[in-house]
Design a protein around this ligand. Sequence first.
Ligand code: UD1
Ligand code: CA
Length: 458
Amino acid sequence: MSISVIVLAAGQGTRMSSSKPKALQTLAGKPMLSHVLSEVEKTKPDQTIVVHSPGHRDLVKNVATNFSEIKLVAQEKPLGTGDAVKAAIPTLDKGNNILVLLGDVPMIRAKTLKLLKEGVEKADILVLTTKLENPYGYGRIKRDEQNNVMAIVEETECNDEEKEINEINSGIIAFSREHIEELLSGLGASNKKGEYYLTDAIEMAHNKGLKVDTIITSSSEVFGVNDKKDLAEAERLKRAELTDALMEQGVTICDPSRIDIRGTLKCGKDVYIDVNTVFEGDVELSDGVTIRPFASISNSYIGENTEIKPYSTVDNSKIGNNCIVGPYARLRPGSDLKNESRVGNFVEIKKSTIGEGSKVPHLTYVGDTTVGKDSNIGAGTITCNYDGANKHDTQIGDNVFIGSGVELVAPVLIEDGATIGAGSTISKSAPKGKLTLERSKQKTIDGWQRPTKDKDKK
Ligand code: UD1
Ligand code: CA
């Protein structure tokens, strides 16, 4: 039961109105082609060929390199799906059945591909179909009185009666190796689009007395993406698929229509996700995590019982257990919040460690810094980490108390137990256990008068 896969990703994709090839348009955080290839990989084909337009080789290669053993074949001109398959044939090793997939049918699942792989052993051609209330735009499956497939008729070629057929071609078709070359060589392009339709091979096969079978699947699995409206609909379908799986696993999602998962979201038990939240890349939420509205989290790990309050951004960061982040916090790449720590509103953290139990509650910038345990960074503190040319580190020990409005000019060290007086600009080490401050003496000017506006002057 060996099979070779051909994924069609050439053609103009005119309806996308984009400089990016259609199959590389982003769906749930990944190019559509990536979704297709990862399902293909699970079916363990003997070989996989992606057919692309000559000008898109590098872009397609970037996606294909994430998968094992994919060959790329350029289709010189976009002369139709039949021509695209023909272009791939010389690159195929002999002896395998062939499964054709489309780069713009991204929701296909490996389990269906496996059924096709097995099913084509018992047929000459096996077409994956679905039934649609509105079949507009798809090729229609035309059957005879015995229910045998006679042909696939493209939308532009349908007569009024054929337009009423609601069983459609998903575009995913398995062929036995034996007949494909002969069928492809018989294709013509005398249709409204002047293209070599792969689907015309079906009528030819039927006329030759070959066995054409079908497998039917859900409409969402074979939703075809031709334009930006379709892309938004595919995103909705994908979202429903991902949120259904999370909810089945016990995650509480406030409103599955108001969450975006653009990548992989892994959740523990009793995770709660509020509305208008966005997850990108690989995100892991441990048991008991709460994500409040408008939080946006990418490529990060969040520990048990931690709460991300509204409007916070967490990017390439690691957050421990029992932490509170936000509202309005910004964790930039390299933030490492240890257990029980707290980062409050309007605080920006970059490439810094906030030690266990330490707090940075308000209006602060912490960059290239290590904060020890149980320290408190007062409101309005700034680590001055950049001298205009280079970045420098700040080290803050355990049990440090930094007053409000402090500037820490890096490189600088604040030793364990040190206290820094509010409003200080600290550029030298602050010793252990002592109060350090840098302030000019407060003075009061006697006899000083506040200026008055001209109109108030007599
Ligand atoms: C195609 C099918 C239609 C099916 C529908 C399912 C044909 C003739 N029609 O129609 O029966 O219902 O998909 O979504 O097969 N491509 C190439 N080279 C080309 C032309 C297309 O590689 O010269 C690729 C495209 O990148 C795309 C796929 O083939 O991924 C389908 O092409 P598209 O033009 O979108 O076909 P549809 O009109 O959607
Ligand atoms: Ca299409």
